[in-house]
Design a protein around this ligand. Structure first.
Ligand code: HEM
Length: 315
């Protein structure tokens, strides 16, 4: 059980530090998320599972060709100003899901993705070291400390931070792996790939809310769509479970589309919708057993996300 004790210690220290960091960043009595703090938009969507997917992928929510109502949250990781370089986040919650969930409320399946295929740190221990550095305002030291440098992390942050014109044109990845099916045979990652007819070619209303404006402008001229795709682990060494900083090579194991997400025009840019988006929360463990989150990074996230969301929504 040493492993579990270790996870508990990580969860406790993470939660303590995240509480202190996010309380210090609160504005107008709103405690922001520790990560993906700027809400760009929450939109309703349709998540339609295709009927021609490989038999081995027909598991959990992909077992039958059908549609699920979905809610999508688009966010910026660190910047409140959309025009700045950043990593973007996409969180998805499907509803009307049948079956027992591993955590949370029955009927829902969450997927949480980032706009870069790897996380900037390999393990929860490294993430915690970064969190300590963030709290002490020594982020650069975390990357460049000559005794324990994290140069690969710095390189990933550099490559992942980009200016974007619209979240509807960005590709997203789960970065960490999940089981597919209830046996141990299939380990997968997810990607959400834009496939709309329309692309945003220049900034819409350039400035701090330009990504929200771009979503609005796109939906006014037609629906937006994404493919939801699965990548299978085909080699446990080059496609590890326990190193979140490794990109699984798509030439070796390509992503295969299993569903399409469609977002129709709607009114999401209003104070009520944005406030509800700020309050909502996601958790990778809000999941059917057929999509169980794998690895230590995901084990830590279960309780850390739950505590962070509870803190944000405390009356
Ligand atoms: C040990 C590892 C990690 C820790 C401690 C951590 C921590 C957190 C916390 C505390 C939140 C805010 C939760 C809330 O207040 O509701 C969050 C949100 C988020 N994290 Fe992580 N995270 C980890 C790994 C990851 C990974 C691997 C991804 C890759 C996709 C990721 C992507 C996101 C996204 C997209 C959100 C926003 C969720 C939302 O829309 O509410 N995180 N993370």
């Amino acid at each position: 059980m040493e492993n579990d004790t270790n996870i508990e210690q990580l969860v406790d220290e993470f939660s303590r530090r995240i509480e202190a960091i996010t309380l210090a960043e609160a504005e107008n009595n709103i405690i922001p998320r520790f990560n993906q703090l700027k809400t760009i938009a929450c939109v309703d969507a349709e998540f339609r599972v295709h009927d021609d997917i490989p038999d081995e992928f027909k598991q959990g929510i992909f077992a039958q060709p059908r549609s699920y109502p979905a809610k999508l949250r688009f966010a910026n990781a660190t910047q409140r100003d959309d025009s700045k370089k950043d990593l973007r986040g996409l969180s998805i919650r499907l509803s009307d899901v049948k079956g027992r969930v591993l955590w949370g409320e029955p009927g829902f399946q969450d997927f949480i993705l980032n706009s870069y295929p790897a996380l900037f740190v390999a393990t929860p221990k490294d993430f915690l070291a970064f969190t300590r550095a963030r709290q002490e305002d020594k982020k650069l030291w975390f990357f460049l400390n000559p005794l324990a440098p994290h140069l690969k992390s710095l390189w990933i942050v550099f490559k992942a931070s980009k200016k974007h014109l619209s979240p509807l044109d960005i590709r997203f990845w789960s970065t960490v792996p999940f089981r597919l099916g209830e046996s141990d045979e299939q380990v997968v990652k997810y990607s959400v790939i834009p496939c709309s007819g329309h692309r945003t070619e220049q900034a819409v209303e350039p400035g701090e809310n330009q990504l929200r404006a771009a979503i609005k402008a796109h939906l006014q001229q037609g629906p937006a769509s994404f493919h939801f795709a699965i990548q299978k682990q085909s080699d446990p060494f080059s496609m590890p479970i326990e190193d979140a900083s490794v990109v699984w090579d798509e030439d070796v194991s390509p992503f295969q589309t299993v569903a399409t997400i469609t977002i129709e025009n709607q009114d999401f840019d209003n104070p009520e919708s944005l406030a509800a988006c700020e309050r909502c929360s996601f958790n990778p463990w809000q999941s059917l057993a057929a999509h169980e989150p794998l690895g230590r990074m995901n084990r830590v996230r279960r309780e850390v996300y739950a505590r962070a969301a509870a803190l944000r929504n405390k009356e």
